[in-house]
Design a protein around this ligand. Structure first.
Ligand SMILES: Cc1ncc(COP(=O)(O)O)c(C=O)c1O
Length: 452
């Protein structure tokens, strides 16, 4: 049995390098044969130890070809960034450290670097510099944390001790969300016990932004959830009037900015986020538009003490400072996710970040122009990096999406918009060059003409 650590790591590195080198040649989505070959993983747990190199070989031989090349330049599905080289490299090194990044005592290095990452993120997003950040797995998990903090804090203001007395008999905390809020916000609310039937929906205008005039009534027992970057259109709620109304009523404002919050880092796009800094909490992802590896998200809370109190996990054997990550995130033991965020931001700098975000916006504009040129209806204004389109006929729209996906050259997904089939393209990968955008336009145009 080969279990030599150095040999295994070197072999994994060699295979990883080969994988990345072949990124441009791979189909963006694997073909059916390659997917069928994944059946090899349906084996039973071996009784006896296996050769470790053989395990690695199986992973590479059958796993690598069946991956979706979302880490490439021609993947426009969902909102999925690629992995910046420095983010991947920093993650790679940190993996070999294998730190439990709960607190300073678990890992001085991780604690110090995640504090540095906190400072960088707050500066890049221009949010209150004394806000706290918990580096969590996803916008879903981080949103859940923020909503839990919001509820606890609103109840505290009503003189109710949530930690001690729970929810039974507590003043009711209402939630108002956009009619187009992301499903993961609803999921978080459902898990937290808000009750989906009790959620109030704020009507949106024709662009998909909450209409301040039709905002349901808010009070000091309300959480208002806003959006920076609607998942289909990339649109932003009008933060200035909404946050002003909410705060006058004593409500808490949470902003889901899973990808859109990064518009703040672009001088061209920053105006879209005007006023968002006035909210009480925000969530965003690194693994979408910042192009860091997966499992890198941020729960950001203006009231650092409220966050630390809600998320605290001190124990007799494990006491830590209030801003230790185990006291800011859902996890007790965790990997130091903030490291790749720190590395990406330090390496890009403000200018590099601005350039990447602005470039994606310009590429999305070109994509929309190309689709319109082909006679395809673009449904959104393309304020950000999202392009939403459809054909005259729903069945044709679905067929177009299928044909493009089957081509393996580019990939994007379908959606529903105003009860009609549509498709959406997101430009989020640092690897995407202008030539990739032209490839996408040509590919879509060719299949569209074939369909007509
Ligand atoms: C607007 C928005 N919010 C939240 C999420 C959930 O993010 P995550 O996948 O990191 O949980 C997404 C994911 O696509 C999103 O686009």
């Amino acid at each position: 049995m080969s279990n030599n650590e150095q040999a295994l790591i070197s072999e994994a590195d060699r295979r990883a390098k080969n994988y990345l080198a072949a990124t441009t040649e791979r189909r963006v989505f694997p073909d059916t044969e390659t997917i069928a070959a994944l059946d090899i993983f349906k084996e039973t747990l071996p009784e006896k130890p296996q050769d470790a190199l053989a395990t690695l070989d199986m992973l590479d031989e059958y796993g690598s070809p069946a991956t979706v090349v979302s880490n490439g330049s021609r993947y426009f599905g969902f909102v999925i960034g690629a992995n910046l080289p420095i983010a991947a490299a920093a993650d790679r090194l940190a993996q070999s450290w294998d730190q439990c990044a709960s607190s300073h005592v678990n890992s001085p290095a991780a604690a110090a670097i995640e504090k540095a990452a906190t400072g960088f993120v707050l500066e890049a997003l221009d949010l209150p510099r004394d806000a706290a950040i918990g580096f969590g797995t996803s916008a879903t998990a981080c949103g859940l944390s923020c909503l839990a903090i919001a509820r606890r804090e609103l109840l505290l203001r009503q003189g109710w001790d949530f930690d001690r007395d729970g929810l039974i008999g507590a003043p009711e905390i209402k939630v108002v969300v956009s009619q187009l809020t992301h499903i993961t916000v609803i999921k978080a609310l459902r898990i937290l016990g808000f009750g989906v039937s009790k959620i109030q929906y704020a009507p949106v205008d024709k662009h998909g932004r909450i209409d301040p005039v039709r905002l349901p009534k808010l009070d000091e027992c309300t959480i208002l959830c806003l959006q920076a970057g609607e998942v289909n259109t990339g649109e932003f709620d009008p933060f200035i009037p909404l946050i002003d109304t909410a705060h006058k009523a004593g409500a808490w404002v949470h902003v889901d900015g899973a990808f859109g919050l990064w518009a703040r880092a672009s001088k061209t796009l920053r105006h879209l986020t005007e006023g968002v800094e006035g909210a009480d909490s925000w969530t965003t992802d690194g693994h979408k538009w910042l192009n860091t590896p997966y499992d890198s998200a941020m729960a950001i809370c203006r009231n650092a003490a409220a966050m630390a109190a809600t998320m605290n996990a001190d124990a007799v054997y494990s006491n830590a400072e209030p801003d230790a990550q185990k006291n800011l995130t859902l996890e007790f033991s965790r990997k130091p996710r903030g490291i790749s965020i720190w590395a990406a931001l330090r390496t890009l700098g403000k200018e590099g970040l601005d350039e990447m975000i602005t470039r994606h916006h310009n590429q999305a504009l070109r994509l929309a122009e190309g689709l319109r040129g082909a006679g395809i209806e673009v449904l959104n204004r393309v304020v950000l990096n999202q392009v939403l389109a459809r054909l005259d006929d729903d069945a044709l729209t679905l067929e177009l999406v299928k044909r493009v996906q089957d081509s393996g050259k580019i990939w994007f997904g379908g959606t529903r918009w105003n009860d009609r089939a549509g498709f959406r393209l997101s430009v989020s990968s640092w690897r995407t060059e202008d030539a990739d955008i032209e490839t996408a336009i040509d590919e879509i145009t060719t299949h569209y003409e074939g369909l007509r």
